[in-house]
Write a protein that binds this ligand. Structure first.
Ligand code: PFF
Length: 475
């Protein structure tokens, strides 16, 4: 049973509440765990510049589009497309599938972060030379990470079950500013280490000789992932947004906060990394090795307390993001399938937990592989390199070509009450430029992906999209 648009939706309690919740969705492991290691693997400064260009020209526009679609249709990811034009329902389904896939590995890393709160408290920092090995041993252990992942998912369920203004908003409001402050401490400490300037140079001095099509696609994927775009999370959040809120301002605030945290995480990580002679391309373990080492260097109880606060902050940032991922799936099940919130949350979480078990085991070399790639990397590659960007492309095509320009203008300007002088520019970006740009970057990135062995998985992603497009009309 689908709800009618006139059904009153649970609304965000306050203006700041919405901005913090949307920023809570955006700021997460993507900024603090993924951004530094992806930048590290992709050459540093040049990656950062391309990433920033994508954030400004594509990310901002897509986020505004998602908010506008959500608030206009008052529906979640699937319903918003379905209620406008049934042929476009597949974009919503792509979003729900992306929600499942990201939730198939995100809680694994969330669980690591949770575990590190206890590891740091339990004396990890006393033996700085063993920090790197300890991380490798931990994630390849078949049992330990699973337990933490399970606890993480339980926490996630607890927040989502309470509904919109009750759970999500409160968590975001209190803990986001705390995380920001801790990151500043990490950054200041990192920069003060001997040899740290090489890290800042690596991050801010672009070396374009390192750029190829894979780097450009990685930057695009990172922009979408970090801003929670391309899968209807912001459509869903926008559907709960009050009619009088200023969408443009909200978008600008969320995009700037997210970008500030990513850059801050880079500034926190790279100088320390260079000071400790850790390879920039060290990969997914980066935060879990660099940050404890940095606080071990600081020494004593102070070092331990900061490290504790860092991992508490990171866990909460992860939670406010995964809550929105789960919400995309849950609100689909509630709005379109008529399930109760409880059933939807428990049902979806069970499937996600099973996927996470495969993802976690794959890091220890266990479990099935596809084209020689383990579950963790498959879920990550499919979403980060294919579904989110292609989803964002379809969202733009939908808004530009399927919705009326005047409806969009009315929605974004609150019926003419809010001025948005750049409306024409935004509209043309969404209608013409972004679809084209994403298509080119994705095409080149996927072709280039065959050199690194990621190509077959990405092609599989395109095939899955084609299948969803074909069958979604019947669902
Ligand atoms: N933006 C989140 C992060 O940076 O960790 C991840 C994410 C959340 C991606 C929600 C997509 C999404 F819909």
């Amino acid at each position: 049973m689908a709800t009618t648009p006139s059904t009153p939706r649970d609304n965000w309690g306050s203006r700041l509440g919405f901005v913090m919740a949307a920023a809570g969705s955006a700021v997460g492991l993507g900024n603090i765990w993924k951004f530094p290691y992806t930048a590290g693997q992709s050459g540093g400064g040049a990656f950062l510049m391309i990433y920033l260009l994508f954030v400004i020209f594509i990310g901002f526009s897509v986020m505004l589009t998602e908010f506008a679609i959500g608030r206009k249709t008052q529906r979640s990811a699937v319903g918003s497309f379905k209620s406008t034009d049934k042929r476009w329902t597949f974009v919503g389904f792509m979003g729900v599938l992306s929600g499942f896939l990201i939730m198939g590995f995100y809680p694994v890393v969330g669980g690591w972060s949770l575990a590190y709160i206890f590891k740091v408290g339990g004396g990890l920092l006393n033996t700085p030379e063993a920090i790197g090995d300890s991380f490798g041993g931990f994630i390849s252990n078949p049992v330990q990470p699973l337990i933490w992942m399970g606890i993480y998912i339980a926490l996630n369920i607890a927040v989502v079950i309470k509904g919109i203004s009750g759970g999500i908003e409160k968590a975001g409001k209190v803990l986001m500013p705390l995380l920001f402050l801790i990151l500043i401490v990490v950054a200041v400490k990192g920069i003060s280490l001997p040899g740290a300037t090489a890290g800042l140079e690596f991050l801010f001095k672009p070396d374009f000789s390192k750029v190829d099509s894979s780097v450009v696609l990685a930057a695009l994927g990172q922009a979408f992932f970090s801003l929670s775009l391309g899968m209807g999370a912001m459509i869903t959040y926008g559907s709960y947004l009050k009619k009088k809120e200023n969408l443009v301002q909200t978008t600008a605030m969320v995009v700037s906060m997210d970008t500030a945290v990513a850059i801050l995480a880079g500034v926190a990580m790279f100088p320390a990394m260079f000071a400790f002679a850790i390879e920039p391309a060290a990969g997914p373990g980066l935060v879990f090795v660099v940050v404890p080492q940095l606080f071990a260097e600081m020494g004593g109880t102070i070092g331990m307390l900061f490290a504790l606060m860092f991992f508490i902050g990171l866990t909460v940032a992860a939670l406010t993001s995964s809550v929105s991922l789960l919400e995309v799936v849950v609100s689909y099940l509630i709005d379109e399938k008529g399930l109760s919130r409880k059933t939807a949350v428990f049902g979806a979480s069970t499937i996600m937990a099973i996927m996470c078990i495969f993802a976690s085991l794959s890091l220890g070399g266990l479990g099935p592989t596809i084209f020689g790639t383990g579950a963790f990397d498959v879920f990550d590659l499919l979403t980060d390199k294919v579904f989110l960007a292609v989803g964002g492309m379809f969202i733009c095509i939908f808004a530009g070509w399927r919705m009326s320009r005047s409806d969009l203008e009315k929605e974004i300007t609150n019926d003419g009450e809010v001025s948005f002088p750049l409306f024409g520019l935004w509209y043309n970006l969404v209608k013409f430029v972004i679809p084209f740009a994403v298509a080119i970057v994705a095409y080149m990135g996927i072709s280039g992906g065959f050199e690194s062995g990621q190509g077959p998985i990405m092609l599989l992603g395109i095939a899955i999209i084609a299948v969803i497009a074909l069958v979604s009309k019947k669902l």
